[in-house]
Ligand binder design. Structure first.
Ligand code: 5GP
Ligand code: MG
Ligand code: MG
Length: 178
């Protein structure tokens, strides 16, 4: 049995897209102090590869949050497990996300960070699923729109596995007994 039915975003696709997005981000934040905020653990890979395309003065910080939901769907009710170390007052913040599905988690995060006195808060996301259009979350820097399938790789897990893959693939439903 193959663990994946299809690779939907290849390692090369990701690299080329991050080249484009990082060029736009560098231009937009020229002369400004930029703080990248990643959500553990899914955003680790995209954060690492994006941050390496930034000037060396860029800062990184991390949050861990848990979303109360029924199994695979998030509810938008979020609890902070690990908060940022950084004080956001006066800072330009760019949230770096792996994937936006319902958009509920991100919508909550955006409101939370905006309430902390940041100069600006924007979003960069590598992947977006179709349902995300239902929630009005403005994504300034987007990698790829993908189909409504459960994907793994490049930070994204199934039962904590497959995060280390260099590409994004559709998980074979047989892996989770489907
Ligand atoms: P949202 O609140 O946008 O529905 O939830 C987004 C979070 O759900 C992502 O950060 C990720 O942790 C998880 N998620 C959504 N879709 C997928 C998927 O296809 N694969 C994996 N591995 N995680 C997903
Ligand atoms: Mg995430
Ligand atoms: Mg997960």
């Amino acid at each position: 049995m193959d663990d994946f039915t299809k690779i939907i975003v290849s390692e090369n696709d990701i690299g080329r897209k991050l080249d484009q997005l990082s060029a736009a981000i560098r231009e937009d934040y020229k002369g400004k102090d930029l703080l990248l905020v990643g959500v553990l653990k899914g955003a680790v890979m995209v954060m690492a590869d994006l941050a390496r395309r930034m000037p060396p003065t860029v800062q990184m910080d991390w949050m861990a949050i848990s979303s109360y939901g029924s199994g695979t769907k998030s509810s938008g009710v979020v609890r902070i497990l690990k908060d940022l170390d950084a004080d956001l007052t006066g800072k330009h913040v760019l949230i770096v996300e792996d994937i936006i599905d319902s958009g509920l988690t991100l919508s909550w995060l955006l409101g939370n960070l905006r309430s902390r006195g940041a100069e600006s808060v924007e979003i960069a996301a590598l992947l977006r699923k179709p349902d995300a259009v239902q929630v009005d979350v403005p994504i300034k820097y987007l990698g790829f729109d993908i189909p409504n399938e459960f994907v793994v790789g490049y930070g994204l897990d199934y039962a904590e596995k497959y995060r280390t893959l260099p590409f994004v693939a559709i998980l074979n439903p047989a892996v989770y007994g489907g």
